[in-house]
Design a protein around this ligand. Structure first.
Ligand SMILES: Cc1ncc(COP(=O)(O)O)c(C=O)c1O
Length: 391
């Protein structure tokens, strides 16, 4: 059977591949400490679970409108207005089966063959593959580790061409945790809008920032026609398995995604939509609680990594990832890449991380600190011993 060119343009998500390999080792009895998966280690808050159970018991189990029930889309707009200062209405909102699905649908609706999509490095791996799948061409922009991987408008300007269709900004960033300061975000927006380029802002980690407040470029006056906001309940409300994400965008794009979705997944699961409404409109205290815990872990993990000879790590401003540089180990004990380092770390020290190659850099590894303090302490100790054995 011959596969399409489209499908051969992409590879399996490297983050998922590492998790799978760590899972295989764990299943065979190896005591693995897993820093690979990018998901909260907290359970979904009880009020959200209760809302899903209620929906189930009330038989809210049938098809809904493909883009989600109007009450949920209204709740998303209202939440975004309250939390991030925007002004979207339900016709400018669609819900999809997770943030990944939103990104897939947006690219399907916006990219024609050969369109260029500007993607800052390090990037979340899915952007790269989804752009390729849809026939687009990723044009990468370097960021500098010495500047904490913070993206700036001047670097983006250098790579814009008449074929640029979309600029992707993911702040806080997966994998580096870098946060684009609001003033710089505004400059990026001025640049892209003046060139007729769509600015895709992935806000999945918006509420996990350690300085300042959550920010959305979609709240800048006049920005709505030029911006696509991608959001997800996965991280903010510890709901990764539920699969609920949303886009806020011009009506024509929302209608196009709705059309596509009506022929593919149809609606996000009915009871998940009710749970999502509870997440957005119910008590919000779990969010600052999780943020405080992530901060505590960051404040342990980053100095600890920096105290290990051969490793240095920039200070992340948000999300729950550390992105240390491990290139000083290259050329020793058969380690010549982040992939080699991660593989040796997994098999010799039983710590799972994601190699930087998955994010477009080959000198780093990604450590998710959405893990218990116990695991972090043990894991850091194992990394220290591993590093010493390679010195
Ligand atoms: C930057 C970024 N965007 C979007 C997502 C999508 O998450 P989900 O599909 O669970 O909503 C993730 C998940 O890891 C992410 O890291």
């Amino acid at each position: 059977m011959e596969l399409t060119q489209r499908i051969s343009n992409i590879s399996e998500s490297a983050t998922m591949a590492v998790t799978a390999e760590a899972g295989r080792l764990k299943a065979s009895g190896v005591d693995i400490i897993a820093f690979g998966a990018g998901e909260p280690d907290f359970p979904t808050p009880q009020n959200i679970k209760d809302a899903a159970i209620r929906a189930l018991n009330e038989n809210f189990t049938k098809y809904t409108p493909a883009g989600g029930i109007p009450e949920l889309r209204k709740a998303i707009c209202e939440w975004h207005r309250q939390q991030l200062g925007s002004n979207y209405e339900p016709a400018e909102c669609i819900t999809c089966v997770g943030g990944k699905h939103v990104i897939f649908n947006v690219m399907a609706a916006l990219i024609d063959d050969g369109d260029e999509v500007v993607l800052p490095i390090p990037y979340w791996v899915t952007f790269y593959d989804v752009v390729n799948y849809h026939g687009g061409k990723c044009v990468v922009v370097e960021t500098r580790e010495a500047e904490g991987f913070r993206l700036n408008a001047a670097d983006i300007e250098r790579v814009l061409t008449p074929r640029t269709k979309i600029v992707i900004v993911n702040s806080p960033n997966n994998p580096s945790g870098a946060v684009v300061p609001p003033e710089e975000f505004e400059k990026i927006y001025q640049l892209t809008s003046s060139r007729g380029v769509t600015l895709l802002s992935d806000e999945c980690y918006s509420h996990f920032v350690y300085e300042g407040k959550p920010f959305s470029v979609g709240s800048l006056p006049g920005s709505k026609p030029h911006v696509v906001v991608v959001g997800s309940l996965s991280k903010t409300y510890a709901m990764t398995g539920w699969r609920l994400g949303y886009a806020l965008a011009p009506k024509a794009l929302i209608a196009a995604i709705n059309k596509l979705q009506s022929h593919s997944t149809s609606n996000p699961t009915s009871i998940v939509q009710k749970a999502g409404m509870e997440a957005l409109t119910g008590p919000q205290d779990s969010v600052p609680q999780m943020l405080a815990e992530y901060r505590r872990r960051r404040d342990y993990v980053i100095p600890t990594l920096n105290s290990i000879p051969g490793i240095h790590c920039a200070q992340p401003g948000g999300a729950f990832y550390a992105y240390p540089n491990i290139s000083s180990f290259f050329g020793r004990h058969g380690i010549n890449s982040a992939m080699d380092f991660s593989s040796a770390l997994l098999h010799e020290a039983h710590v799972a991380v994601v190699p930087g190659e998955a994010f477009g850099t080959n000198e780093h590894i990604r450590i998710s600190y959405a893990a218990s303090m116990d695991d972090l302490e043990q894991g850091m100790e194992r990394i220290r011993k591993f590093a010493e054995s390679k010195a």
